[in-house]
Design a binder for this molecule. Structure first.
Ligand SMILES: CC(C)(COP(=O)(O)OP(=O)(O)OC[C@H]1O[C@@H](n2cnc3c(N)ncnc32)[C@H](O)[C@@H]1OP(=O)(O)O)[C@@H](O)C(=O)NCCC(=O)NCCS
Length: 166
């Protein structure tokens, strides 16, 4: 389903997250990523004017979130998560496409990320958007798993999908 149709039909709102969303972010982080960031880190992230933090809400309930941070001349995708009850409905695609759009508007040309080689859902999502694996970091995670380093060229992304994601 086209993501614009999805937002209309299901009445989701895509918005920038701010410090007022701190508790919702902490809850969703706990539920989806086992407290990836502490409360302090979330506060810093939500107050950081350089980073882009986007949420998808249904009413006041946060259903998905994604964050990118500029590092030198590219953005790093630091976090993306969808509420377990809302997965496989396109919300991951929607929020990633939205954050790409914001990154492109801000003039940076690439988004880089690391993903556990066994996280097939996240890898499927990144491949669907067009991220390419450029390196493998051996035994990068505490559990001994390798990390795939993946990059999206935003210029190529928007040129190749002019109608779908603009
Ligand atoms: C990764 C995640 C964000 C995907 O969100 P989602 O809303 O389910 O994703 P979408 O519905 O937009 O699916 C997009 C693509 O991802 C892939 N995908 C999603 N779930 C998948 C699964 N369980 N297994 C394999 N591929 C999957 C598919 O390729 C899918 O495309 P398709 O629907 O055309 O087949 C979600 O599973 C999640 O929150 N996981 C836990 C947090 C996490 O691991 N984040 C990444 C590291 S920070």
């Amino acid at each position: 389903m086209h993501w614009e149709e999805l937002t209309k039909e299901e009445d989701y709102q895509v918005e920038k997250l701010g410090i007022e969303d701190l508790n919702s972010c902490l809850e969703l982080d706990k539920l989806t990523l086992n407290n990836f960031w502490s409360k302090n880190l979330w506060e810093k992230e939500l107050k950081n004017s350089e980073s882009i933090n986007i949420g998808i809400k249904e009413g006041s309930n946060l259903k998905a979130m994604a964050c990118i941070l500029p590092v030198l001349n590219e953005y790093s995708l630091t976090l993306i998560a969808v509420h377990p009850s809302q997965r496989k409905k396109g919300l991951g695609t929607l929020i990633l496409a939205q954050i790409c759009k914001q990154a492109h508007k801000n003039g940076l040309s690439k988004i880089i990320l690391e993903v556990d080689e066994e996280n097939s859902a996240a890898i499927g999502l990144y491949n669907k958007i067009g991220f390419k694996t450029v390196r493998i970091r051996k035994k990068y995670y505490r559990n001994g798993n390798n990390a795939l380093v993946k990059i999206l060229d935003l210029g190529v992304f928007f040129e190749s999908q002019p109608n779908q994601f603009k």
